[in-house]
Design a protein. Structure first.
Length: 210
């Protein structure tokens, strides 16, 4: 991606944020359903941010390796969780060459920030071992939610056009499903989380690498 700077996402601490209150339970349900033996509970977190989610999952028996483009986030993560493998990096790097393959790849609230989503999806796919599972979340969009935002006068606040390094793409279940299937994923399914389903805050896609 040349000299493109994607490192501007800011973190002031290494704590969980409000979105994790509805994202983490969904992630834990997926992981419980996988029922992997302890020696296969290895996960790569693409977009680990400040390391807070990786820490939560580590406490639940997962071996988590993660990268994030935010140097500030990784500084916070290393100061709070020095024992974890969390480094600066992004979907545009050769992550497989450096870290190998994993049974699970987790990427929460990242795909809406990437300039090249097909490259991102390909990286998620390549990081997975055969038969592995990807868990990808992003803010949920559909006609009825967008209509409610417009009628309530909250459209500008939601789409955050003035947020540097903010949202670039706005995904529906249909468009994110196309992206994942194009990358080679199968058995793509979705769960809407936060609020009632039609006004969900985010959606969690679960997909399998054949």
């Amino acid at each position: 991606m040349g000299d493109l700077d994607i490192s501007g996402y800011r973190y002031s601490d290494a704590d969980l944020n409000d979105s994790h209150a509805f994202l983490l339970p969904a992630v834990l349900r997926v992981l419980d359903d996988l029922d992997l033996p302890p020696n296969r509970r290895r996960m790569f977190e693409l977009g680990c941010g400040n390391g807070s989610v990786a820490r939560e999952l580590t406490q639940r028996g997962w071996d988590v390796t993660g990268v994030a483009p935010s140097a500030e986030g990784i500084v916070q993560a290393r100061e709070r969780y020095p024992q974890m493998t969390l480094e600066t990096g992004s979907a545009y790097d050769d992550l497989v060459g450096k870290y190998g393959h994993f049974p699970v790849v987790l990427s929460l609230e990242v795909v809406e920030h990437v300039y090249a989503p097909r490259h991102y999806a390909r990286t998620v796919f390549e990081l997975l071992a055969a038969g592995g599972t990807a868990i990808v979340s992003t803010p949920f969009h559909c006609y009825w939610k967008n209509l409610a935002l417009a009628l309530s006068g909250r459209m500008d606040a939601h789409f955050t056009a003035l947020w540097d390094n903010g949202y670039i793409k706005f995904w529906s279940m249909a468009t994110l499903g196309v992206l994942l299937r194009e990358a080679g994923f199968v058995d793509v399914r979705f769960e809407r989380v936060g609020r009632v389903p039609v006004l969900a805050k985010s959606m969690v896609a679960v997909a399998r690498k054949p």
